[in-house]
Design a protein around this ligand. Structure first.
Ligand code: SF4
Length: 362
């Protein structure tokens, strides 16, 4: 007998009372820590540490950071798709009112695709190459819902149409017969047709050209508004995140370092890394500088102890040898940095005021 989402929700161990209101977070991650596991099964290095995130229905949260910052690993933990060498060692992940860590692999499989959908960076990997798109969509629908082939086909065609594809032709095509943009639209259809409450879009446009990327992301935003699902948009492209998300969270070296409403972070970034990231964007509205600003140090260099950004931070002080906690820097804005949390004012003179002026005018 197959397990349904409702079966999972009804299990006593999975239910969490305080998340049951209509505007309760779809996804709530609290104190998530992921570590690599040595051969003897013991947790070794912490690769993601103490991450807290939540997304409500109809909200788009952008998760930004350099390669290796822990964005995709966090998403894999939500999906229960971490490789065997990695393990969630602390914290909890709730999807609606279900604590994912309490589920069996069979129960998690039931949620994937139905309650939480994933849009891959590599759109070619979204479909099996030797099966027609239509057949794959129909199979996906029928694996989660008890509907006839005819009904499943109607749903698949309807969604191919909604993602602005020539539905009949794409339904009967093999993946290799479609362009990259068409395949990514088809994978959007595959993700949305089950009406999931959460979509994780992991660098969904990295492999597409600029124009097609814009079109695919605009489509995602439009369909999200129509379906009211929550979206976690993972991207290293700050421009996409600034343009489309309601809130953003910035990760560095496996830790969350700043989070808040996107517009507030854009105009008033507090963490040195976020400020430098914003400065490094070329702006078409400004005069072209002789040299674009870059972030000092080696990309991805993470301090073993204390603040993960300490090896590259132009504002570091003695206290940075201790790990900073995320603290409130505004009503709904928080950041993890000793300097902005009262460690000293030199930093603001050196980096903050200069950066903020540039950010406000951007
Ligand atoms: S805690 Fe220290 S090293 Fe880290 S970002 Fe703040 S000033 Fe820089």
């Amino acid at each position: 007998m197959s397990i349904t989402v409702d079966d999972i929700k009804n299990t006593e161990t999975a239910a969490v009372d305080n998340l049951s209101s209509p505007n309760a977070p779809v996804l709530q991650i609290s104190d998530l820590t992921i570590a690599s596991v040595s051969d003897n099964g013991k947790a070794a290095n912490k690769l993601v540490q103490g991450v807290n995130l939540s997304i409500r229905p109809g909200e788009m949260l952008g998760l930004v950071g350099e390669s290796g910052s822990g964005k995709s690993m966090t998403a894999s933990a939500v999906l229960g798709l971490l490789p065997k060498s990695l393990q969630v060692t602390e914290g909890h992940i709730y999807l609606n009112d279900i604590e994912l860590g309490s589920l069996s692999e069979k129960e998690r499989r039931c949620l994937r695709g139905k309650e939480v959908a994933y849009i891959f960076q590599n759109y070619q990997g979204s479909f099996t190459p030797f099966l027609k798109i239509g057949k794959q969509l129909v199979e996906a629908i029928r694996s989660h819902e008890q509907v006839s082939f005819k009904e499943a086909k109607e749903t698949a065609l309807e969604w191919l149409h909604r993602v602005q594809l020539p539905a009949d032709r794409v339904y009967g095509s093999y993946p290799f017969q479609l362009s990259g943009g068409q395949l990514q639209r088809a994978s959007l259809a595959a993700a949305l047709m089950m009406k999931p409450s959460l979509i994780i879009a992991d660098e969904p446009t990295t492999a597409l050209d600029v124009l097609t990327s814009e079109q695919v992301l605009d489509l995602l935003v439009r369909l999200q508004k129509e379906t009211n699902c929550a979206v976690l948009l993972i991207s290293h492209d700050l421009t996409h995140v600034l343009k489309r998300t309601d809130r953003m969270a910035v990760m560095y070296g496996g830790s969350l370092i700043e989070a808040g409403p996107t517009e507030i972070v854009r105009q008033n970034a507090q963490h040195p890394y976020t400020q430098l990231l914003l400065q490094a964007r070329p702006l078409l509205t400004a005069c072209m500088p002789e040299k674009l600003k870059t972030i000092p140090g080696d990309p991805g260099a993470v301090a073993d102890k204390g603040c993960p950004f300490a090896l590259r931070c132009p504002s570091r002080i003695e206290q940075c040898a201790k790990r900073p906690a995320m603290n409130s820097v505004g009503e709904i804005h928080s950041a993890a940095c000793h300097v902005i949390n009262g460690g000293g004012s030199d930093h603001e003179a050196a980096v903050g005021s200069q950066t903020n002026q540039q950010i406000v005018h951007s």
